[in-house]
Design a protein around this ligand. Structure first.
Ligand code: ARG
Ligand code: ZN
Length: 880
């Protein structure tokens, strides 16, 4: 059944305090909760029954103010337990029995590698006990944990440890108290045999915070990076947002089985091992960066999410969009800002644009949902972050900070809405965001058509900007958006001074060579005066808005931007647009049975890039990488997966051939034997070196293969080793089987490395990969109950291996539907996420559409579909 934002009403009851006692056992665990309940004075009805959420629970006993209720006093239907005729204020005591060891959904209380842990966001708490499981019900929690001391020496929950005690029969107990009222989704519990890495952080106001990272003993050597990232994040949030930590203890726990990346439970963050553990031998540069980003993200939630939380789940982007914006600015400050921006934009333009154009498109504040777990999406997170970034752009950094101070101040301890966030920004800045609010309510990616005309006589340059937005499910008409469009005009010798004939409507940057245009109308004209030469416009600088931009650039104009734009994003984007032109030419050439030969100007520009040692190596690497097949699938319609793949590969091979000497020289230049560090300079150098190697491998000659084999065998870091393995696996090298075998033998005791081993094979572009993947499903190291393994093998194959997933016989689609049907029973969240590639069926050629649809129909026909899978599959088959 569908839930609507418009049906929101305040809770009928409030819970002033929550006391939980967990008796954790091998056969079953007992939960006893004592809730101090009272009627909400703001509720519409003052005699409504008490309705508690609960699911998959065994109810042992229920009493009110010490009196046991008999069966006639309560009733149950679906996820609701109703008790009529309750007093205005009372104590409810409830006992439930759970079997965490059988909980494969990884939601609620479950076991992972012998340890008890919890995941309650969004609605997992109702799998622990009957409760008002909604984020606007906030309560002070006291938690008693009782368990066997030798099996579970570490017992953790939120807040401060107030008591520990040894009981009879080798049982022990701890009691935790969290002074901050919080919604149930932020509750957490951990019990296990865990080793710990400890450090300290001194806040600006002088509070000394104990920082602890709990991991499996064998992972103690992989915690340094997370600890450093945590301390950097704590310092950064003080410096940039004036936000300090508020308790004396901050715990992180790593668990193997986790549906998402991590969870910001108050003072007890629980992490997927993949987002906390890192060391050079086992973790790639991207892995190090992910750890830094996720540690910061969860830490930042302490303010943007915990101190100020969401009123209801339609407001999810209030905490997630804002927190992603905060963590991306942090990562940008810690590393290379342009590279971070390009990576974020790439994710947005592939995954998020695809979501916004597909059957599950939703605004960053959705109007309705069936299953909230399906809305932890790139739209809520990444587009949500872009919306906050646009507010930052429109206000400027100082007013934005005033706005965030006001927001945190005004709403500390409250559960609020996206509207409250925007209001605080408006009130603090005096800037009108009325029209800007459409970004919260309208789905779909706006399109900007821009054209430019130079008038030599009048010495003016005119930009005409038209905006539109395609219809999305349930939304056919869209009001125009308020779009901040950052622009510069590039002349022969650099950026021109900008002077708008109607300057009032626009924001000026400190140096007058860049402006942010306020695009608010369906069609708008901006005239720049005193322009002495015909310029090349640099548009959407820094990707100032999450839109698709069309400007009919000539090749020469793009080359000028690629060579000289001062905006790193636009410079990179120009290289991508040139690459796109070449790929389109290659598609035409191949279709006509001709050879693929890239434009000589384009080849020269690439040669120049390879020789340019003054440019950031990471930028060179990014600019040399052609637009991905995923991005091309967003641009070229209908998507002929195989045609695109072959054209792109042919172009890559032609570039490798034309520039083989340059790639070799670049490779040698990037080699280094300095000690590994995951810093921006080294990451850049490895990225360029491996980009060069990937091109050289396309030559398919003994020399290149030898280079890859040498790199594979001699690297002491996983970045270089895995890159070499990837290229070998995708080549004809005889050595690849041996390399894979040796890799497995060396790393079989490191699950996170074995995930990478699965993934490399699942992503192999060569024919026959589906059979390899199917074979690996019965490999002893594969475990369908572990989401990381499922993502590494099934997820990577279906989501990141276009040519093989879209096999013309439909076997890839059938494989995915089979896995979804299987996982639907054990872990619905993972099942529905895995299904996403099939839901994009409308993009592809008619033959593929038909095969994909029939697999979706087969999934839909399963009589026991979870709400998660049902929502995704049914919406994907609906017309819109
Ligand atoms: N709030 C978490 C984060 O973004 C993710 C929520 C996890 N949700 C889940 N259903 N597993 O950091
Ligand atoms: Zn988050």
């Amino acid at each position: 059944s569908t839930i609507f934002l418009s049906d929101y009403s305040v809770p009928d009851f409030l819970i002033d305090s929550t006391t939980l006692r967990f008796e954790l056992g091998e056969a079953s665990s007992l939960v006893c909760s004592v809730l101090a309940l009272r009627r909400n004075p703001d509720a519409a009805s003052q005699d409504a029954p008490l309705q508690l959420h609960g699911t998959e629970l065994e109810l042992v006993s229920l009493s009110i103010d010490g009196r046991q209720l008999d069966d006639s006093e309560w009733s149950q239907s679906g996820e609701q337990l109703s008790i009529a005729n309750v007093p205005a204020s009372f104590s409810l005591c409830c006992e439930t029995r759970l079997r965490p060891q059988d909980n494969t959904s990884l939601e609620g209380l479950y076991k992972s590698s012998g340890m008890f842990c919890t995941q309650c966001e969004a609605e997992g708490f109702r799998k622990i006990t009957y409760y008002l499981d909604r984020p606007d019900v906030m309560s002070v929690f006291t938690v008693e944990i009782i368990a066997d001391q030798s099996r579970y020496p570490v017992l953790l929950s939120n807040g401060n440890l107030i008591e520990t005690e040894s009981l009879a029969d080798g049982i022990h107990k701890t009691v935790w108290h969290d002074p901050f009222p919080k919604p149930a989704y932020l509750f957490a519990l951990v019990a296990g045999k865990l080793a710990v890495v400890e450090d300290q952080f001194l806040t600006t106001s002088g509070r000394s915070v104990d920082l602890k990272i709990y991991v499996d003993e064998k992972d103690l050597d992989k915690c340094d990076h997370a600890m450093l990232s945590l301390k950097n994040a704590m310092r950064w949030d003080e410096d940039v947002y004036g936000r300090e930590y508020d308790l004396d203890i901050f715990n992180i726990v790593a668990v193997d089985d986790f549906n998402m990346g991590a969870m910001e439970n108050k003072s007890l963050n629980i992490f997927n091992t993949s987002c906390v553990l890192a060391k050079q031998e086992t973790t790639t540069d991207a892995g190090f960066q992910r750890v830094e980003g996720v540690v910061a993200h969860e830490y930042f939630h302490n303010w943007s999410g915990n101190r100020v939380t969401c009123r209801d789940w339609f407001q999810l982007s209030l905490k997630e969009g804002f927190t992603v914006f905060r963590d991306s600015e942090f990562s940008s400050d810690m590393g290379s800002p342009t590279v971070k921006r390009v990576e974020d934009v790439t994710l947005l333009r592939t995954a998020q644009f695809a979501e916004d154009a597909g059957p599950m498109a939703h605004p960053i504040r959705p109007d309705s949902f069936i299953e909230i777990s399906n809305f932890y999406t790139v739209t809520i997170y990444e587009k949500g972050s872009e919306v906050v970034r646009m507010i930052h752009t429109l206000l400027g950094p100082e007013l934005f900070r005033k706005g965030s101070d006001l927001y945190f101040d005004r709403h500390d301890g409250q559960a609020v809405t996206c509207e409250d966030f925007v209001l605080a920004m408006e009130d603090a800045s005096g800037i009108d965001l009325k029209q800007f609010r459409h970004w919260y309510s309208q789905a779909g990616t706006p399109r900007l058509h821009v054209s430019g005309t130079y008038d030599e006589q009048a010495q003016t340059y005119t930009l005409v900007v038209k905006q539109s937005c395609p219809s999305t499910p349930g939304q056919t008409e869209k009001a125009p958006f308020h779009i901040p469009l950052a622009v510069a005009l590039i002349g022969e010798a650099g950026q021109l001074a900008l002077q708008l004939t109607d300057a009032a409507a626009n924001i000026e940057s400190p140096d007058n060579t860049e402006l942010v245009l306020n695009v608010t109308e369906p069609e708008q004209r901006f005239v720049f005066a005193n322009i002495k030469e015909e310029p090349v416009p640099s548009l959407l600088r820094g990707f100032s808005a999450p839109v698709k931009l069309d400007f009919d650039y000539s090749g020469a104009q793009l080359l000028r931007l690629m060579r000289s734009d001062s905006d790193g994003f636009c410079r990179w984007d120009a290289s991508q647009q040139l690459g796109l032109v070449e790929i389109k030419r290659a598609i035409t050439a191949l279709a006509a049975g001709q050879q693929v030969s890239p434009d000589s100007e384009y080849v020269s520009a690439c040669r120049e890039l390879l020789a340019n040692t003054s440019l950031d190596a990471a930028m060179v690497a990014l600019m040399l990488q052609l637009p991905s097949e995923a991005y091309l699938a967003e641009i070229i319609h209908p998507v002929d997966v195989h045609g695109i793949h072959h054209a792109r590969e042919a172009l890559r091979k032609a570039l490798a051939t034309a520039l083989s000497d340059e790639f070799s020289a670049c490779y040698s230049r990037c080699e280094s034997d300095e000690a590994y560090a995951p810093d921006a300079a080294q990451i850049a150098r490895r990225s360029l070196k491996n980009t060069a190697l990937s091109y050289l491998m396309l030559l398919d000659d003994a020399q290149s293969i030898a280079l890859a084999v040498r790199q594979y065998e001699s690297s002491s870091n996983m970045t270089d080793r895995l890159a070499a393995l990837t290229y070998l696996v995708n080549s004809t090298a005889a050595y690849k089987a041996e390399a894979l075998l040796r890799f497995y033998q060396q790393w079989q005791h490191e699950p996170l490395v074995i995930n990478q081993w699965f993934q490399v094979q699942a992503m192999c572009r060569l024919p026959g990969t589906l059979e390899v993947v199917q074979g690996l499903m019965s490999h002893p190291a594969f475990d369908i109950r572990n989401p990381n393994k499922v993502r590494a093998l099934i997820g990577a194959f279906c989501g990141q291996n276009g040519v093989n997933f879209h096999r013309e016989d439909g076997a890839g689609y059938r494989f995915l539907a089979d896995q979804v049907l299987l996982l639907n029973r054990s872990n619905p969240q993972i099942a529905s996420r895995l299904l996403v590639p099939l839901t994009k069926w409308r993009k592809y050629l008619p033959s593929a559409q038909q095969l994909m649809c029939s697999e979706l129909q087969r999934v839909l026909a399963d009589p026991e579909l979870s709400s998660d899978v049902y929502e995704v599959v049914s919406k994907s088959l609906q017309d819109y």
